[in-house]
Design a protein around this ligand. Structure first.
Ligand code: ADP
Length: 611
């Protein structure tokens, strides 16, 4: 009763968890490699098939790897011993499946089939269909064959690089590679007249490398295999292809993506993954008891073309030349893709900066225009202001002109009278004529000064002697001062005082200040009536001081004195001091107003002296 119960429980657990039960039954798989475990491209297939088997098999797999080292040299002798060794190894427990990878392994197992576990199912994989002895396949043999299409590979080279004149075929010298030497030659013959094919039969791989490092332009390299070279040196793993890639001066193409990943440009190629998955599926079906003769899928063809972006770039191959449906791998993300946010931020910062700069430039231009315009307006205003100042001087100028003109008339009349005498005193007449000339010159000088102050000249800077400039301005107003009973005193610096400036503009300033000073002394003022002008030198500055004995400036007005339109005079315009300050500042100088301790105002102009 108890035994029955336990048996039922075990059965139930097996039914509930079939995979767990299956996993307990280990399956023994023998994998036979051509040459060795890591010879390209079969090494890639072996690795991928194992991964796929692990994924698909419900059973635990006990995998044995064996390599046909003898295939490197085509040596038949050790094969019988190798078969005996395999048999001895599996004498107690025969394998459940044999998988041969690559043509040399397929040839070996086919040749030794009758001796090598004849009842054990076998998969011949990663083998070109031409290398399978179909007539001698036993019912226990399944095949996952491939179908090389080298003409398609060569056409692809000519499509992506139409200028190609020669294709160098890199191929090894082992028996398997020599079979393909002949097969590829047949395909190459189809391209006669289109492109030249170059072989390096009998050469060491080292010698081939040297040739490939100095190929003429418009060459391409077709990488077939380099398992063993003509000198018997075997090349495992990536070594050969890496070495070629390092030195080759032409692009390398191939037919199997077991070679793809760094060195190869690309093209239509076998997919290692696709063939491995198919092999593993067939293997699992055979392990499950399916008849091998029923599991022989059609030969696998090249997958859609794939290309290495880095190699396309290196050889200047445009993606527009790739066959339709091609896939491009290893595309390096552009700086935009890699640093999208940073680039966006930088661009935004650039845009803002560019906007600011153009805004500032615009503002600067506007300011320039405004400056030029204000200069022009200032010149116009200054001119008008000079007219008004001269207007005030009209009486005194008339008076100044009248004096010499009056003396000229008197002297002329005297000379006339003298000439009427019977014996005129010629010396006396000559003296009178000299006086007339002197008076005429005086009148001309008054007119010259007047014209120079009234001329509408633009701001014109030159080195001037300040004492003289001030004196000329004083000469224009001295008659006016006399008329108002004001003594106009001028105390110039005894040495010359040079500044850089426009004399007419500076005279206008001085004239304005003197007239203001005289205006401040009211007619009724009976005290000291004096305006004193002096020039001084302080360090590297020239100074002009204009002081008066008027009432001075109310403290509340001092701050706004130089503002435009500030005036306390009934007829005043309030522009005199504003213009004066603008002119002085345009000369890089300063103007200041203050009250003197003893009373009266003091205006000080400071200008940088010229070197
Ligand atoms: P305006 O002479 O047309 O009034 P200004 O700009 O030349 O214009 O002078 C502005 C004001 O400054 C005058 O109205 C006056 O009140 C004051 N001012 C100028 N110079 C003196 C001075 N020497 N003494 C007292 N006040 C003065």
């Amino acid at each position: 009763m108890r035994v029955w119960f336990l048996a039922l429980l075990t059965l139930a657990s097996c039914l509930l968890e079939p995979s767990a039960a299956l996993a307990q039954q280990a399956k023994r798989v023998v994998i036979l490699h051509s040459f060795g475990r890591d010879f390209r491209p079969w090494g890639q297939y072996a690795k991928s098939i194992r991964e796929q088997l692990d994924r698909l098999s419900p059973w635990h797999l006990d995998i044995q790897d064996h390599s046909l080292v003898a295939a490197r040299f085509g040596d038949e002798d050790p094969q019988a011993a190798f078969v005996s060794y395999l048999k001895a190894l599996n004498a107690r427990h025969q394998p459940d499946l044999i998988v041969s990878i690559g043509a040399p392994a397929a040839n070996f197992v086919q040749r030794n089939r009758s001796n090598l576990f004849p009842r054990v199912p076998m998969v011949l994989t990663a083998v070109e269909q031409r290398r399978v002895d179909s007539a001698n396949l036993s019912p226990e043999d399944s095949v996952v064959a491939v179908a090389h299409d080298f003409p398609r590979s060569f056409n692809t080279i000519l499509k992506v690089l139409p200028a190609t004149k020669r294709i160098v075929v890199v191929n090894g010298a082992s028996p398997n590679e020599m079979v393909w030497r002949r097969e590829i030659q047949k395909d190459a013959d189809l391209f006669a007249g289109k492109v030249e094919f170059i072989w390096h039969d009998g050469m060491s791989f080292e010698a081939i490398l040297q040739i490939c490092a100095a190929l003429p332009p418009d060459s391409a390299i077709f990488w077939h295999l380099m398992n063993v070279d003509a000198t018997g040196v075997a090349y495992e793993g990536d070594r050969a292809l890496q070495a070629l890639h390092k030195v080759a001066n032409a692009p390398i193409f191939s037919y199997d993506d077991g070679f793809f990943g760094r060195e190869i440009v690309g093209g239509p190629m076998y997919s290692v993954e696709e063939i491995s998955r198919l092999t593993a599926t067939v293997a699992v079906r055979l392990l499950g008891g399916e008849k091998p003769a029923d599991a022989r899928p059609a030969a696998v063809r090249f997958a859609a073309a794939k290309f290495d972006w880095r190699q396309l770039h290196r050889w200047g191959i445009s993606e527009s030349r790739l066959p339709p449906g091609s896939e491009v791998f290893f595309r390096e993300p552009s700086i935009w893709q890699r640093y999208r946010w940073q680039m966006l931020m930088i661009s935004a910062a650039f845009l803002v900066q560019a906007g600011l700069i153009s805004g500032l430039l615009h503002e600067r231009r506007r300011r320039r225009f405004a400056e030029i315009e204000s200069r022009q307006r200032l010149a116009e205003l200054a001119h008008a202001n000079r007219y008004s100042a001269v207007g005030e001087l009209t009486t005194s100028i008339a008076h100044e002109l009248n004096q010499p003109l009056g003396s000229i008339l008197t002297n002329a009349e005297t000379a006339e009278l003298m000439l009427r005498a019977s014996s005129p005193d010629i010396d006396e007449v000559r003296q009178i004529l000299a006086d007339i000339r002197r008076d005429d010159q005086r009148a001309s000088e008054v007119i010259r000064r007047l014209r120079s102050i009234l001329k509408k000249a633009p701001f014109e800077v030159r080195i001037i002697e300040l004492n003289d400039t001030v004196r000329e301005a004083i000469d224009l107003v001295k008659t006016l001062a006399g008329g108002r009973r004001i003594s106009l005193i001028y105390v110039p610096l005894l040495t010359q005082l040079h500044v850089k400036g426009d004399p007419v503009q500076l005279q206008q300033v001085i004239l304005n200040l003197i007239i203001n000073a005289m205006d401040a002394i009211s007619d009724a003022d009976a005290g000291k009536r004096e305006v004193s002008v002096s020039t001084l030198s302080t360090g590297n500055q020239a100074e002009i001081r204009i002081a008066d004995t008027g009432p001075g400036i109310p403290a509340s007005d001092l701050a706004s004195l130089f503002d435009p339109f500030f005036t306390t005079k009934p007829q005043g315009m309030g522009m005199g001091l504003a213009i004066a300050r603008t002119i002085v500042e345009a000369h890089h100088g300063t103007i200041a107003a203050a009250n003197q301790p003893a009373g009266g105002a003091l205006f000080t102009i400071r200008l940088p002296t010229a070197r």
